[in-house]
Design a protein around this ligand. Sequence first.
Ligand code: HEC
Length: 157
Amino acid sequence: MKNKITLSLLAFFTCTTLAINAAETTPSNNFKKPESAVKYRQSAFSLMAYNFGDIGAMLKGKKPYNPASVIIRAENVAALSKLPLEGFIQAEGLDQRDALDKIWTEKAQFNEKMQTLQKSANLLVVAAKSGDKKTVQKAFMETGKSCKSCHDDYKKD
Ligand code: HEC
């Protein structure tokens, strides 16, 4: 009986997760003011940079290399990489800070670069879980490239 309950619970959660994954990837935004969207995306980038930077510090030997920490950091980067896009909205008179105007005319390319980041961050998680430092190094560089590629095109210096 107990097993049956556990199994149906498991089935329920699996179905729910699948349904969520299949749904629209970004929920409709819930910002009270347009300025909040800017704050939201900048916060997401800051948190991402903090977690990503810590992997860099370990790879560069600025602090001891800890494979378990690398997994946590990589998972954080992967989760956070899904957030900034929602904060890129247009509104009358909104100060877009360091976001260049061409984001709005090239939204498809911009979104694609965000997807490239998400994919490389997912591969960084896989690399971290392999426990092999060289593999992590490679995946770290790839992820870093995806940051730079977007900043070069869409962020003010
Ligand atoms: C698809 C484009 C894109 C990708 C990919 C991207 N960024 Fe950015 N990033 C931006 C833009 C645009 C801004 C400027 C946002 C603003 O000023 O509101 C920004 C701003 C930032 C900021 C400054 C946040 C602040 O408080 O002003 C940091 C830090 C940052 N990004 C780090 C990263 C890191 C680290 C990565 C990769 C792991 C990354 N970004 C990937 C587009 C991107």
